[in-house]
Design a binder for this molecule. Structure first.
Ligand SMILES: [Zn+2]
Length: 320
């Protein structure tokens, strides 16, 4: 048996070396042997495949593909780089808790007014009931609605931060988000601590209809009171900030700044194209485009966000 295999291998090596089929006796021997033993080079000893868990290598979740440059990035590298692609600088979306950890000293803060829950005033049902959408979002995010209010320090300065959570029904603004942000503004007025609102939202929450639209006016009125109290408010717009949120508090900051490449707009590009019957320019509704057209004060990379806010608040409180 061993001898046969050896002969077989020797023949094929000769084939490779000569780069042409062997001739004469060699070829005949080879074909004879192949004919006699029509078997594979390697044979599985038993038919069973070992599928015990111990040998499995788990790779899922270790690698992430960048939406912008399509490169594969090790997830740990991405997280160490504040969820910014190390290859092309694309800013990945981060959740509200990661945002608070990024901005507040030592990831230390107190959450307030986080127990408000929507009452589903219209008992709304689309593809599924709004109440069950709410319950699902609450169990997935561990939040009662799409915003976290926190009291903490930014470079040792007391601040109030409202961070929106996009993964909670698209960060949409219903009565609870409106009320939470209004209470954050009132905290700022009461304590004179500057206010920072980090937006990440698809806009007003359709399932609450006019109740969600009322939040635009309520928050705007509260921001007017904040202005009268001469307490600074910085609006940080992140990907995406659209609809009723752009139309109200996100654009009402004393300073409106955005992360690079963030989608910021009111109506979506398709709706606009269909309305004005024109092709929209490249980069339309992205932070850099808005900065160029005077809708933003600055585009600030994530790594520089905290020092930038600190310098801005220094300047604003000194001026006040
Ligand atoms: Zn990238």
């Amino acid at each position: 048996m061993t001898r046969v295999c050896w002969r077989k291998r020797a023949s094929s090596i000769e084939w490779l070396e000569r780069d042409r089929p062997p001739s004469g006796a060699d070829e005949q021997t080879f074909l004879l042997l192949v004919g006699m033993f029509p078997m594979a080079w390697f044979k599985r000893q038993s038919g069973d495949v070992d599928a015990s868990g111990a040998k499995k290598v788990r790779t899922e979740g270790l690698w992430v593909k960048c939406d912008n440059c399509r490169q594969i990035i090790w997830k740990k590298d991405l997280e160490e780089n504040l969820n910014v692609c190390p290859k092309c600088d694309h800013h990945f979306r981060i959740d509200a808790r990661a945002r608070l950890a990024l901005l507040l000293d030592g990831n230390q803060y107190q959450i307030f007014d986080c127990n408000l829950v929507s009452t589903d005033p219209l008992e709304f049902v689309d593809l599924k009931a709004y109440s069950s959408r709410l319950a699902q979002a609450q169990s997935e995010t561990g939040l009662s609605d799409a915003v976290i209010n926190a009291r903490g320090k930014l470079n040792e300065r007391p601040v109030i931060v409202s961070a929106m959570e996009y993964s909670f029904i698209g960060g949409s603004m219903g009565a609870v988000v409106g009320e939470s942000i209004t209470r954050a503004i009132e905290q700022s007025i009461a304590t004179k601590a500057p206010l920072i609102i980090v937006s990440a939202s698809g806009g007003a929450r359709m399932m609450e209809g006019v109740v969600s639209l009322m939040q635009l006016a309520k928050i705007s009125a509260a921001l007017a009171r904040l202005d009268e109290a001469r307490v600074p408010y910085v609006s940080v717009l992140t990907d995406p900030t659209t609809g009723g949120v752009t139309a109200s508090f996100a654009m009402l900051g004393d300073l409106n700044i955005a992360e690079p490449g963030a989608l910021i707009g009111f109506a979506g590009p398709r709706v606009i194209e269909q309305t004005i019957r024109q092709k929209l320019p490249q980069g339309f509704q992205r932070s850099e485009f808005l900065l160029e057209h005077g809708m933003l004060d600055a585009v600030v990379p994530r790594r520089q966000l905290k020092p930038y806010l600190s310098r801005a608040l220094d300047f604003m409180t000194r001026a006040a």
